[in-house]
Structure formats: C-alpha cells, structure tokens
Design a protein around this ligand. Structure first.
Ligand code: PEP
Ligand code: MG
Length: 578
C-alpha cells in the first residue's frame, strides 16, 4: 500500500489524478465507468403498441438476463461468486414474476418496464415483510428488477459493466457484491473516487493482483472510453498515456515475471528467516495460496462460512469447511481466527444492525457476551477439523481489548481441545497490554487494518480519511513496537518464545514489511499475490538495515515522510516497479 507520490507528472495534453495506491502494477487500458443505477420507470408509464408483443418482450428480457447470469456463473472465479450469480439467475427466470408483470401490461395497459418494476417491487416488499432470510433476499429481487428493466431499455446492467475487451474500472467505490463477480482477465485495474486503503476494493485488488488506486478525486469526471495509465504503486491515474508509460507497463510485466520465481521462503540477506504466510478465506483461496508458495496461513478469516447466512452453520458444516482449508496446508501452520462479525461484516443472527457506532460496538470476540455458544461451537468445529489433518492449527480471537478477554478465550479454546491459542492485536488497549496478554497466551497477531483505524480514530472504509488511515503513521508503528517489546519481555519472563505476527494489509507493502521486521515482528501474513514482492525486497536487506529503517520510520513526523524515507533506502522497489 502506498501513499500519494508526485514523481509522475503530466505532460501537456495529459491529466494526472493522485490517489492512494493500494495494489501495485501498471497498466494502460480504456477507462469504463461503473454502470449507473437504473432509474424507476414513471408511475403509470403507458403501454405503446400491441400488449401481446410487449409481454413477449418482457419474457424475452427476463430470459436474456437469466442466460447472461448463468453464463457468467459458469465462468465465475470462485464457488461463492458462482453461487451468487446462479441464485440471481434463478430469480430472473422466475415465471411468477413475469406472469404478474404481464398481467399489469394487459390489464392496466402499463409499459413492460413499468409493469416489471411494479411486479418486482411488490414481490420484494412481500419478502421484506416476512423478515429473516426472506427479507435479505429482497435486495436480490431489486437487483433482478434493475437488470430486466435495463435489458428492456437496451442499457448496461447496473454494476460492473460486462465487456469482452479489457478495461480499467472507475467507480465511486466497490461493494462486496460487485467485487465477488469481477473478472480479472477483463478488468485490468480499479480506480475509485472514494474508499480507503483497507476498503473492500483495496483488499480485493490485492487478492486478485490487480493494480488499484483509491481515494482519487476526479476519477468519476474522466470521460469513459479514453485510454488511461494506472500506476498502483504510485497511486496515479494519467490520461493520454505516451511512450514513457508504455515502457513503464512493459517494465512491470518484466518485473512480474521475475517475481513469479518466488520459492515460498522468506528470509533476509543475512539468512534470518521471516516466515511468509497467507491470508485466506475458503478452501479455493487456501489452495491458491499453497500453490503461490505460502509457508502457511497466518489468517484464516472464518467469516466465509457465516456470511450471507441468517442462521449459524452447524458444527459439522463448519468442520467440513475448515478441514478443506487445513488440507491445503498439511504439516504447516494455519492460524484460524474465530468469527469476526460486526462493523463491516454484520451477521443477522449475531450483530445488532441498529447500533449507532458498529465499529465500536459488539463485534468480534465481544459477540460471545451477547450471543453465548456460537464461539464455543465454532471452537469445537475447528478442533474437529484439526483432528482430520496434520496441519499445525493455532486459534486466535479478533477484537480483544483486555487481558481477561484473552484469558477467557484461551480457556474456551483449551476446553475444545485446541492447544496453541492467541489473540489479535487490533485495539490500542491490546497493544499497550501486549506483555500482560502474552504472559498468558501463546502468540499475538497484529491486525494493522483495525489497529490503524482505532489508533487514529479514523474509519477504515472512508476515502476522505485515507491519509490518517495509514499504517505508516508513526503512532501506529509505535503501537507495533510496544507489542514486540512486550513480547520480548513475556518471552524472557515465561521462558517460552512468544510469536508476533502481522496479518493486516501492512504486511503486504514490501517497504513496510521491512520496517515491521525491523520493529521485531516474527512472521508476516498477506494475500498470496503479495508474497513474492515482499520476499524479493526482504532478501535485499539484513537485520541491521531493517532496524535502521524501522528507526527512520519511527522518527518521521508523518506517514508520507516515513514512507518516502524508507523507500529511498530500498532500491529494489524501483527495480521491481513496486
Ligand atoms: C485487521 O484488522 O488488520 C485484520 C487482519 O482483520 P480484518 O481486516 O478482517 O478486520
Ligand atoms: Mg480486523
């Protein structure tokens, strides 16, 4: 993740936009805007022409939407994306919907667009009134409604435009539903007007290895169809790219090929090992990470098993899903994080949607006090999955703020038969008491996304606070230092090594990774796509240099200064186009 960088300037006739680079890479492709929301056809919009022909058009539009979604499901990059698309396709093909709309055309002489809109709205309202799972599907019906109306009008469907030719996607920000179905062979880069370094857009871009720039004001005003140059490391978007930018793209391709030779081991120039692990969700993610050379899993986000559910998955179902992940890492370490529901990841059966301040509310480990039992059953499922493999399973709790919480979590995990227990350090409270926490538990993992948000009191999803919300902030680096010092003391007093990992997005920034190692972090965990770049840069520095660069960053007055000072000392970054 990189901040604003003014090294690239525009030539006459070019326009440059500066944002926050959140995923490296350089590409040139035409800019395509996210399709706007479909507008409601006017109330009473009258039918023109033959009613039977209008009903036929309506049915044909619904079938075309179904066919398009089914076809996209067959090309989806993950099982979960395919499921989302298949479910939406089924709704588009629902005969009851077109039948009701058809009746409105023939009996009330409404245009097919208005008739479909009205029929689908009634359907969505009924579902909403039923509550629970049905209520959640109401938004899907509204999505289908927009797609069929767009089809009838001959407009682009809302959301990510479907094109065969590669393009750069410009958007205000991307919602999880948009990102789930994005095809990285066609969408070559993401540029957004808002969104922060830890937003869904940023995390998705890093997972897919797509260059991305967020919080870039002016992106939405650029006219669509024109070629743009995106530099995901510098955080810039340039119009009218010329030979210089073409050379930069070619250089990035060469560097990517060089990085492809990553052998999976993390070490410094002096041979000091720094295990490089992956952040993963479901089984397909884990297999991809193993293939990319990850030495283990530093963060298994178990939310994948719960999201989109209105009831808790059974212990057997959970155990099966976790076992699939563990199977990809036989004999290696897998750190399983228990459910982190709440804030940006709400769950209907666990979190209270009316909380005024969800990021400061009942989220993560805290849900155990409001809905006891879910956590214990999850630990039981993790233990059952662990029994089926030789993976070295560690468990940790998210959103810990006190020693007592850490100890209670450990007790629950031990009761379930899980031996290696730790907690995430995501709150300043946990960072400041890391020594006392580590006197009791086995390890900690720094969740720098949330630790930054809570240290800086800046919502991680807000593009307007992107500068504050940087893990390069000296205050955040001091928190990290406090944790590694606490761990060293706890290691001495207990006589047992206490591992400090980082599993927030900070670990995926090669320059920051060097600083984190210099601050005393033992292991780094990141999206699999970032492993090779981090490994390549770590190999160019020795332990003494990592310490010196950590001092440099700690002594800076702000994130930009810290980052610039460190980057200036790491020539490998420029050589690799990072
Ligand atoms: C973090 O906060 O850094 C983290 C890894 O957790 P998440 O991004 O899932 O909140
Ligand atoms: Mg977190």
């Amino acid at each position: 993740m990189t901040m604003k960088d003014d090294t690239r300037r525009e030539e006459p006739g070019q326009q440059i936009l500066h944002g926050v680079g959140v995923s490296p890479g350089r590409v040139i492709a035409p800019l395509v805007h996210m399709a706007p929301a479909v507008t409601e056809p006017p109330v009473g919009d009258p039918l023109t022409g033959d009613p039977d022909a209008a009903v036929d058009r309506l049915k044909a539009a619904a079938l075309a939407v179904r066919a398009e979604l089914t076809e996209r499901a067959s090309r989806a990059r993950s099982e979960s994306a395919a499921e989302v698309l298949k479910a939406t396709a089924l709704m588009a093909g629902d005969r009851a919907l077109t039948k009701n709309a058809g009746k409105l055309v023939t009996t009330q002489q409404l245009s097919p667009e208005r008739a479909l809109w009205q029929a689908a709205t009634a359907y969505a309202e009924q579902m909403r009134a039923m509550g629970g799972y049905m209520a959640e599907r109401a938004a899907d019906i509204e999505d289908v409604r927009a797609r069929i109306v767009a089809q009838l009008r001959g407009e682009d469907a809302p959301g990510v435009p479907q094109r065969r030719e590669p393009f750069v996607l410009a958007a205000e920000d991307l919602a999880p539903a948009d990102t789930a179905v994005l095809d990285p062979d066609v969408v070559l880069a993401l540029v957004t007007e808002s969104g922060g370094p830890q937003s869904h857009t940023a995390i998705l871009a890093r997972n897919l290895g797509l260059p991305a720039v967020v919080a870039a004001p002016g992106v939405l005003e650029l006219s669509g169809g024109q070629p743009v140059f995106v530099d995901g490391a510098a955080g810039t978007v340039l119009t009218a790219p010329g030979p210089e930018q073409e050379e930069a793209v070619a250089g990035w391709r060469r560097a990517s090929e060089q990085l492809a030779s990553f052998d999976g081991s993390g070490q410094l120039a002096d041979g000091t090992t720094v295990p490089l692990l992956a952040n993963v969700g479901a089984g397909d993610d884990a297999r991809a990470a193993a293939e990319a050379g990850a030495q283990g899993v530093g963060l298994l986000r178990t939310e994948f098993c719960f999201l989109g559910r209105d009831t808790e998955p059974s212990v057997a179902e959970q155990a099966e899903a976790y076992a699939e992940v563990l199977a990809a890492f036989e004999g290696r370490k897998v750190v399983v994080r228990t459910l982190d529901a709440g804030a940006d990841k709400p769950l209907p059966f666990l979190t209270d949607a009316t909380e005024p301040n969800p990021a400061l509310g009942v989220r993560g480990y805290r849900t155990d006090s409001t809905t006891p039992g879910v956590l214990s059953r999850q630990l039981e499922a993790i233990a059952a999955a662990a029994q089926q493999t030789t993976a070295d399973v560690w468990v940790m709790a998210p959103m810990i703020a006190t020693v007592a919480e850490a100890v209670r979590f450990q007790d629950l995990a031990h009761e379930a038969g899980l031996r290696t227990c730790g907690v995430m350090v995501e709150t300043p409270a946990a960072a400041l008491t890391a020594e006392q926490i580590l006197d009791r538990v086995d390890f900690v993992s720094l969740g720098t996304n949330d630790l930054t948000q809570y240290t800086m009191a800046a919502d991680r999803m807000l593009g307007s606070l992107a500068e504050l919300n940087s893990p390069w902030q000296p205050a955040v680096l001091r928190m990290v230092e406090c944790v590694t010092r606490g761990a060293a003391s706890a290691t001495r007093s207990t006589g047992t090594p206490k591992n400090v990992g980082v599993c927030g997005e900070a670990a995926a920034d090669p320059a920051l990774a060097v600083v984190l190692v210099g601050l005393g972090v033992d292991t780094l965990s990141m999206s699999a796509r970032s492993l090779a770049a981090v490994a390549a840069v770590l190999r160019t520095v020795d332990t003494a240099q990592t310490r010196r660069l950590a001092e440099l960053a700690l002594g800076a007055t702000g994130p930009q200064e810290a980052r610039d000072a460190v980057r200036a000392e790491l020539p490998a970054l420029a050589e690799l186009g990072l």
